[in-house]
Design a protein around this ligand. Structure first.
Ligand code: ZN
Ligand code: ZN
Ligand code: FE
Length: 765
């Protein structure tokens, strides 16, 4: 006899994904006990393994209850169940973690406050009543408090707070919701709030949150130490306060995110559906870009001319209490001056935000990993990431198979980097635009952190083809044996291939701002033939001369003038410009025309983003732009909801490349604008035409290649008005679109594409 009792069965379940530090083990322990089953559960690198045994009927019951009961903050990427031999165990145990190889892969992202903690927060009888740092295994800070690894309290910024007896008991009890909740805290032993004035002088406040809420309601700008760094908060219904924030932060018109007390108050400001509500309430609690209501309580300068609103809900007890006290929507934006990284330290914030904030809400739990709020849109029922940081990082993207260690170094704007290890791709949090030294320092610091704690030994690193990008120079210091340079838009396509796991024949469409092309031109409206891991350029928007320099980026009328000159000739272009851009001095127009004529500081481009810029200027929606992407965003925002025809376009073939000729399209917008057709109609016609052109070109290439899938990537596809038309157009042609769901379509996603490409190169020998 080996002690195997008759009539007893056993199963082993392996669960991969974000399954540690999210309450998985107490959940399984409780469920097994409830079903009268024995067994064990154990954390292993990147997964949890559980062995369950007992009466077969009870085992079925366990399996039926297991899936629906998985803790909300867990993200299961793979789950496998196999029969195994029963061991005759006396009860259920939580085995101590195997420490070998435990790395960054085991840290979950930060998780929004769970319903259990919210109940305690509101319960006067609970010992955590109104305690702003309440958390449990289902929620709370994770990645942002990690100093080193493996992940336990001693290696987080909670190490400075020894657990009191009551918290220690919770921490040690497998049946408690706070079993091994590393950031566990209470008013007796945990972090505390304090208030400082705008000059940094301590302010005596018994009720710090109340004091700050009152200041905000009186029109002040508050700096709040949040989860991933400081945020600046003002009353979103007070236009003067919002304008003061814009002025002090040097942020002229870029929209601000707004935090609302609850979904009901979001509805007063934005049109949201049930699927949006699910996104807002999710453990990741991102900022959601949603259509703004015409009659909204929000001050006009919050969105500054855009018909969308960035809305989100409180995701820490601190935010929850602040919103309850203020009882009105608050602008909640990164605590920095434009183009700098978000401030994380108390002293750092009080010096860098001096003159910006009137009052500081501080606490003594250090923010270690800087993380901005994440931003998403909704496409269909799912999220479509725009900025990936707090709540997402460091959860990996799961690849279709395993690869050698490699790194992708990202682009210049909206930069991230990415490490591939095995079948997991770890993207950094959104770092920002790598033009300023402090942002570059942040990049390097974060890169070293990931390198070390993923225990990554990259055999190769991949950077952009652009010779002047910071990441191209950084490649030498990336710690890799081999370097690859990958064209920007190919990287966009590879990023979509990586996250969808698609392998086979497909057409790739990368509609984007600008990227350095393989022929020295500036690419950005690209079609590719995809075959497995081969990506070859197959077509593009017809080239046009792009006036160079920063002026053209800030003044879309310059790009428009180039298109006018190309389609109408120089003389007629000058006349048209006088009509279309009455605010632009004649001399400036002649200067640009002269530069185009003599080809001074002019490069050929196929950029779709610049085409959007030009049309935005032509129809008078945005002649000058105050931030990157403003002209296209305004053009999308202006689009009329009713269709009213399209403009002509032509597809032509030359030298094995399909070109989309947009000249009739541009002439159409110019004629409409000169005929005083409302900008909304022109914009709608432009969107519908461009979508039709993309669908026509993609179908032709798909037919030629025998492909049925179309991969869509690039920053222009953040425009969901365009995206949704392309999606329906492709489906009508029986083509299957593949879109981003895990990483941004914009440059925030290209590090994944670079890494995936390098991984395939190294794996392929
Ligand atoms: Zn909780
Ligand atoms: Zn305590
Ligand atoms: Fe790009």
């Amino acid at each position: 006899m080996t002690g195997r009792p008759a009539g007893i069965a056993a199963i082993e379940i392996t669960v991969r994904g974000v399954v540690q530090g999210v309450g998985f083990r107490p959940f399984v322990h409780r469920l097994a006990s409830r079903c009268g089953l024995a067994g064990w559960i154990e954390n292993t690198p990147g997964s949890v393994v559980l062995h369950i045994e007992g009466d077969p009927a009870a085992l079925s019951r366990f399996r039926a209850l297991f899936g629906p009961g998985i803790p909300p903050a867990a993200r299961v990427t793979r789950l496998s169940v196999r029969k195994t031999a029963p061991a005759g165990l006396p009860g259920f145990t939580i085995r101590s973690s195997r420490r070998d190889g435990i790395a960054l892969s085991t840290i979950p992202p930060d998780i929004a406050t769970c319903p259990g903690c919210l109940r305690e927060l509101a319960d006067p009888a609970d010992r955590r009543h109104r305690y702003p740092f309440t958390n449990c295994t289902n929620c709370g800070p994770r990645f942002t408090i990690v100093t080193s690894l493996p992940y336990d309290r001693e290696r987080t910024s909670m190490a400075a707070f020894p657990l009191c007896a009551a918290c220690r008991t919770e921490y040690g009890d497998p049946l408690d919701r706070r079993f091994h909740a590393e950031p566990n805290a209470c008013p007796a032993c945990g972090p505390r709030l304090s208030v400082r004035g705008g000059d940094g002088a301590p302010v005596d406040a018994d009720d710090p949150i109340g004091a700050v809420a009152r200041a905000i309601l009186a029109g002040s700008i508050a700096a709040i130490r949040g989860l991933g760094g400081f945020q600046l908060a003002v009353d979103a219904t007070n236009d003067d306060a919002v304008r003061a924030l814009r002025q002090r932060k040097h942020r002229e018109e870029k929209p601000f995110a707004v935090m609302f007390r609850d979904v009901g108050s979001v509805r007063a400001a934005a049109r949201i559906h049930a699927a949006d509500e699910a996104i807002l309430r999710s453990p990741r609690a991102p900022v959601l870009l949603a259509p703004a209501r015409a009659r909204s309580p929000l001050a006009p300068s919050v969105s500054a001319g855009l018909p969308t609103a960035g809305v989100f809900l409180p995701y820490t007890p601190l935010h929850r209490m602040l919103l309850d006290r203020a009882d009105r929507p608050l602008v909640m934006t990164s605590g920095n001056v434009t183009d700098e990284p978000i401030a994380i330290g108390n002293e750092e914030a009080m010096s860098r935000l001096r003159g910006v904030a009137d009052i500081f809400l501080l606490h003594d739990r250090e923010v270690v990993q800087r993380s901005d709020d994440s931003v998403v849109r909704r496409v269909g029922r799912g999220i479509y990431p725009i900025r990936r940081a707090r709540g997402f990082v460091p959860a990996p993207v799961t690849l279709p198979r395993s690869f050698p260690d490699v790194a992708g170094l990202g682009g210049e704007l909206k930069s991230t980097f990415c490490f591939i290890k095995g079948d997991a791709a770890y993207l950094s949090q959104h770092i920002g635009d790598l033009e300023q030294a402090p942002v570059r320092d942040f990049y390097e610091e974060a890169y070293r952190f990931f390198l070390r704690f993923l225990d990554a030994r990259p055999r190769a690193a991949c950077h952009d083809l652009h010779p002047a990008y910071f990441t191209t120079a950084f490649a030498e210091r990336a710690g890799a044996e081999r370097l690859f340079a990958l064209q920007h838009h190919k990287a966009h396509i590879y990023s979509a291939l990586a996250e969808t796991g698609f392998a086979g024949k497909a057409v790739g469409v990368a509609f984007d701002g600008t990227g350095y092309g393989e022929d020295g031109a500036i690419w950005g409206g690209e079609f590719f033939a995809i075959d497995g891991m081969e990506v070859r350029r197959a077509g593009h928007l017809a080239y046009f001369p792009l006036p160079g320099g920063d002026a053209a980026v800030r003044e879309p009328w310059r790009t428009a003038l180039s298109l006018l000159r190309t389609t109408l000739g120089a003389a007629e272009a000058e006349t048209a410009a006088r009509e279309l851009f009455p605010g632009i001095p004649r001399d400036s127009v002649r200067l640009v025309l002269g530069a185009l004529e003599k080809k001074i500081n002019v490069v050929p481009t196929s950029s779709a983003g610049r085409l959007f810029d030009a049309v935005s200027a032509i129809c008078g929606v945005c002649v000058r732009s105050s931030y990157e992407g403003q002209a296209p965003m305004r053009l999308e925002g202006a689009a009329a909801s009713k269709a009213s025809g399209t403009y002509p376009f032509t597809l032509a073939e030359s030298g094995g490349q399909l070109t989309v000729d947009w000249s009739e399209l541009v002439l159409g917008t110019v004629a409409d604008a000169r005929g005083r057709l409302p900008a909304g109609k022109i914009s709608r016609r432009f969107h519908d035409t461009l979508a039709a052109a993309i669908v026509a070109a993609a179908s032709r290439l798909a037919e030629g290649a025998g492909a049925r899938h179309v991969v869509l990537s690039g920053g222009v596809f953040q425009n969901v008005t365009l995206l949704s038309r392309v999606l329906s157009g492709l489906r009508k042609r029986k083509l299957s679109p593949l879109i981003h769901r895990q990483v941004p379509a914009n440059d925030g996603g290209i590090s994944l594409g670079q890494a995936y490409y390098a991984a395939a190169q190294v794996a392929g020998g």
